[in-house]
Design a binder for this molecule. Structure first.
Ligand code: ADP
Ligand code: MG
Length: 372
C-alpha cells in the first residue's frame, strides 16, 4: 500500500518536474533565439575592402543589409576607377569644364578640404596623379601586388606630376552649384578620396542605426560605433597581424588608422643614406607627401625617430578623422603632434595614437590607451 502510494506520488511528481524542466528549456531556447535574432554579424566586401558589421538590439532586422547597400551606393559615386562616378567624371574632364556632382561628393569634399586646410596640405585629395605615378591606384596595385619589387619614378617624372597637385591651385569648388572644375593649366589634375571616403562612409552609415540598436561598423580598419562603447584593438605595425594595444571607442565615435604596412612595394634603389648604387631594398608605402611627391617617411627625408608607421585618429567626425590620420602620418612625429594639439583640431574633439619606426608611441587629445 505504502509502496503503491509512494509509486503514485512519484508517478505524479515526475511529469511535473519534467514539465518544469521543459518550460525552463523553452525559455532558454526562446531567449537564445531572440538574442540570435537581435545580434547579427555580417561580412561584406565593398569600396575595395572588407566591411564587418555587428548589430545588437531590436527594430530592423535588415540593418546590416541597409548599411551594406548604402556603402555600396557610395562606391559608384566616389571611386575614381568606376566610369560614371563623380570622381571619374571630374578626373576625365577638361580644364575649365564644371562637373556637376552628387551631394555625397560635395559632402566628402567639405571634409577633405577642411583636412587639407588644417594640415597645411599634408592631406591633399588632389594627390592622385602622384598616387598613380607610384603605382598605388587600385588598378596598378591589383596587378603588381603587395610587396612587389619596383623601381622608383625619376626625379624629373616626379617634378612633372607634382606640378598638377595642390587642391587650391588645381580645382575650383563651388558648394552652391555643386560643381568641381579643373582650373586652367590643370587639365591633368585628378582627385582621390582614398584617404577620406571610408571614414565618411562609416560616419554616415552610423546614422542608419535606430535608437534601440547598437552597432559596430568596420570598413577596412575605419571603425564606428553607436549605442554603447566598444573595446577596439589597434594592430601592431610590426609584426603585422598582432595586437599593439586597446582603446575604448565611445558611442558615436569613429577611429581610422593609416599605416605604412597596408599597401606597399619593395623599392629597389640606391641606399638613401650612403647613396651607394646597390640594389637597396626599401619599403615604399601608399601615403604620399604632396610636398616631396614621394612616399612619406625617410624617402621624403624624415629621420627614423620622426617617421611614423601607424597613426590612429579617433573623432566623432569619421571623415575628418580618416583624413587626419593620413595627414599626421605624412607630417611625422613632431609636426603631426603639433597639428593634433593645435586649437583648431582640438575643437573637433580629436584623439590619437602615433607609433614611430622604433615602435615608440605617444597619444594626443587625452586618449586612454592600454598597450598589449
Ligand atoms: P587606407 O586607405 O589604407 O586606410 P589612408 O586612409 O591613410 O589609408 O588613405 C591612403 C590613401 O589615400 C592612399 O591609398 C591614396 O589613395 C590616398 N592618399 C595618399 N597620400 C595622400 C595624401 N597625402 N593626401 C590625401 N590622400 C592621400
Ligand atoms: Mg586616412
Amino acid at each position: 500500500m505504502k509502496t503503491t502510494d509512494f509509486a503514485r506520488v512519484k508517478s505524479v511528481a515526475l511529469p511535473k518536474k519534467i514539465l518544469k524542466l521543459a518550460l525552463i528549456l523553452c525559455v532558454v531556447i526562446l531567449c537564445a533565439a531572440l538574442l540570435y535574432a537581435c545580434n547579427r554579424y555580417k561580412l561584406y566586401f565593398v569600396l575595395g575592402t572588407d566591411l564587418e558589421i555587428n548589430t545588437e538590439g531590436t527594430g530592423g532586422s535588415d540593418l546590416t543589409e541597409r548599411i551594406y547597400e548604402y556603402i555600396a551606393s557610395l562606391e559608384n559615386v566616389l571611386s575614381p576607377s568606376i566610369p560614371g562616378s563623380d570622381l571619374y567624371r571630374i578626373n576625365n574632364a577638361a580644364e575649365n569644364e564644371p562637373v556637376v556632382c552628387r551631394d555625397a561628393t560635395m559632402s566628402v569634399m567639405r571634409s577633405a578640404e577642411l583636412a587639407f586646410l588644417l594640415s597645411g596640405g599634408a592631406y591633399d585629395p588632389s594627390v592622385y596623379p602622384l598616387v598613380k605615378l607610384w603605382g598605388f591606384d587600385s588598378e596598378a596595385f591589383g596587378k603588381n601586388g603587395q610587396g612587389a619589387e619596383v623601381s622608383p619614378p625619376s626625379d624629373e617624372e616626379i617634378a612633372a606630376v607634382k606640378r598638377l597637385v595642390g587642391l587650391k591651385d588645381a580645382f575650383e569648388i563651388n558648394y552652391e552649384n555643386k560643381t568641381i572644375t579643373k582650373n586652367i593649366g590643370y587639365g591633368g589634375a585628378m582627385l582621390d578620396f582614398g584617404g577620406v571616403a571610408k571614414g565618411y562612409a562609416v560616419r554616415e552609415a552610423l546614422r542608419l542605426v535606430g535608437a534601440n540598436q547598437r552597432a559596430l561598423i568596420n570598413l577596412g580598419g575605419n571603425i564606428g560605433v553607436t549605442g554603447r562603447s566598444y573595446t577596439i584593438g589597434i594592430g601592431n605595425p610590426r609584426p603585422a597581424d598582432e595586437l599593439f594595444g586597446k582603446l575604448t571607442l565611445n558611442a558615436g565615435e569613429c577611429v581610422s588608422t593609416s599605416g605604412d604596412y597596408e599597401r606597399y612595394y619593395t623599392l629597389v634603389c640606391d641606399d638613401p643614406e650612403t647613396g651607394e648604387k646597390t640594389s637597396y631594398k626599401y619599403r615604399m608605402h601608399h601615403i604620399i607627401d604632396p610636398r616631396t611627391g614621394k612616399p612619406s617617411g625617410s624617402l621624403s627625408g624624415q629621420s627614423g625617430e620622426e617617421t611614423l608607421i601607424s597613426v590612429s585618429v579617433i573623432a566623432a567626425d569619421g571623415a575628418l578623422g580618416d583624413a587626419l590620420s593620413t595627414a599626421v602620418l605624412v607630417l611625422g612625429k613632431t609636426k603631426g603632434s603639433e597639428l593634433l594639439n593645435s586649437d583648431e583640431v582640438r575643437e573637433f574633439g580629436v584623439k590619437a595614437i602615433l607609433i614611430n619606426a622604433s615602435l615608440d608611441y605617444q597619444t594626443a587629445g587625452g586618449l586612454g590607451f592600454s598597450k598589449s
